[in-house]
Design a protein around this ligand. Structure first.
Ligand code: UD1
Length: 365
């Protein structure tokens, strides 16, 4: 009998983590996969474009949960997911990352006695005001198999009392996707031409963390940083819906200053933008990893990171959210005063998904 694996994706950063696992399963006759999309993200440019570009099929089940408060969204995923598990009865449910859908589906599965595998387990920012940190801690505590992408994650899990026999260092699935699509992005995407940008002549920014955009103080600081960066080199800022809403009228101030504002971009366009950027400024988790693999300097606009390997080995600088330090580091990077030798972390080699599927077959078949 083949192993039946249910893969769960819900929000934008999940899709690139699920895609390589889906791909690694397809050629095998000892594993079958069912794909569930919770619908946490639902706009075409936050969801459908990733399915199309990453070659994912239509999900077998779309739960359509949409937006809401944390409790509403998490509860809706749980309610909608339970009958899906009853229908398919998979041997194992695979959840990825740290979004609300991750913890919700893990909790439902484990209570039905279905094994749960968490991909990207063990990351910790040590900041419990981040909703993602709570999702990470809770998901790891109840999962049966913890697949980690860096050695520090293994150490975090061991410190929390998780037995070593449940922890599997497999590397980084997001890097699998990046390496699969990098050449195609450079060949096919015309985003530089469309936006009037030149090779290494611009900064890419992304902002969506509640801590940076949900309060007036924080948002004002971010607007100041965007405008000051734009004084140094052209800025491209694809706007997350949360950020667009919070910016309101200020969108036109940014446009007047020359900032290139776009809707959220698809995977290939955004990868193309990162590949040729002089510098990236972001509060995203995944972008810290992607810039490390691409060798592009990244300034992380947060006080902490759950991905310390990108600081110690990669191209990432944790600069906080105070404009002075952000801009002085930016100036150093732009003047190439900061030359950083970087290495790609262990297991960020394009084969993480294969290691996950092999491990699942060994454990569960
Ligand atoms: C979620 C994740 C975050 C991840 C981010 C990537 C949680 C707790 N947060 O945050 O970890 O980094 O996704 O984008 O799971 N909206 C739309 N269209 C969509 C989706 C959302 O317009 O397709 C708007 C809605 O107004 C919604 C808001 O964006 O209220 C925020 O969406 P939500 O899913 O609650 O959280 P994100 O900020 O996207």
């Amino acid at each position: 009998m083949s192993l039946s694996v249910m893969l769960v994706a819900g929000a934008r950063p999940n899709f690139m983590k699920i895609a390589p696992i889906w791909d690694a399963i397809q050629p095998r006759d000892d594993v079958e996969a069912v794909l569930v999309h919770t619908g946490q993200h639902y706009d075409p440019n936050m969801s459908d474009v990733f399915f199309k570009e990453l070659g994912l099929p239509q999900p077998d089940e779309f739960l359509g949960v949409g937006s809401g408060t944390h409790a509403e969204q998490t509860a809706r995923v749980m309610l909608a997911f339970e009958p899906v598990l009853a229908k398919y009865k998979p041997h194992v449910v695979v959840v990825v990352g740290d979004v609300n859908s991750t913890v919700a589906c893990a909790l439902v599965a484990v209570k039905l006695g279905i094994r749960v595998a968490h991909v990207e387990a063990g990351l910790r920012s040590w900041d419990r005001t981040m909703p993602e940190e709570i999702n990470r801690i809770a998901t790891d505590a109840i999962s049966d198999y913890l697949f980690t992408s860096s050695r520090d994650a293994d150490a975090n899990l061991l410190r929390e009392g998780i037995p070593a026999s449940r922890i599997f260092f497999v590397g980084n699935v997001m890097v699998d996707t990046l390496l699969t699509h990098r050449d195609r992005a450079v060949e096919r995407s015309d985003v530089l031409e469309r936006l009037g940008l030149s090779e290494r002549g611009y900064a890419v920014m992304t902002l969506h963390r509640p801590s940076n955009v949900d309060t007036e103080d924080a948002l004002q600081r971010m607007v100041y940083i965007i405008l000051q960066t734009q004084c140094r080199l052209p800025v491209v800022l694809p706007l997350h819906p949360r950020t667009r809403t919070r910016l309101g009228q200020r969108v036109s101030d940014l446009v007047d200053a020359g900032v290139v504002l776009t809707d959220p971009l698809g995977y290939l366009d955004f990868l193309r933008l990162m590949c040729s950027a002089r510098v990236v400024l972001t509060d995203s988790g995944g972008i810290q990893e992607e810039t490390t693999v691409l060798g592009v300097p990244c300034l992380t606009l947060r006080e902490n990171t759950e991905r310390p390997v990108t600081l110690t080995q990669g191209t990432n600088f944790l600069v906080g959210t105070q404009p002075e330090l952000v801009l002085s580091t930016l100036d150093e990077v732009l003047s190439e005063g900061v030359r950083r030798q970087y290495t790609v972390p262990e297991g960020w080699d394009g084969k993480a998904a294969h290691r996950i599927v092999d491990t699942l077959v060994n454990l569960c078949a």
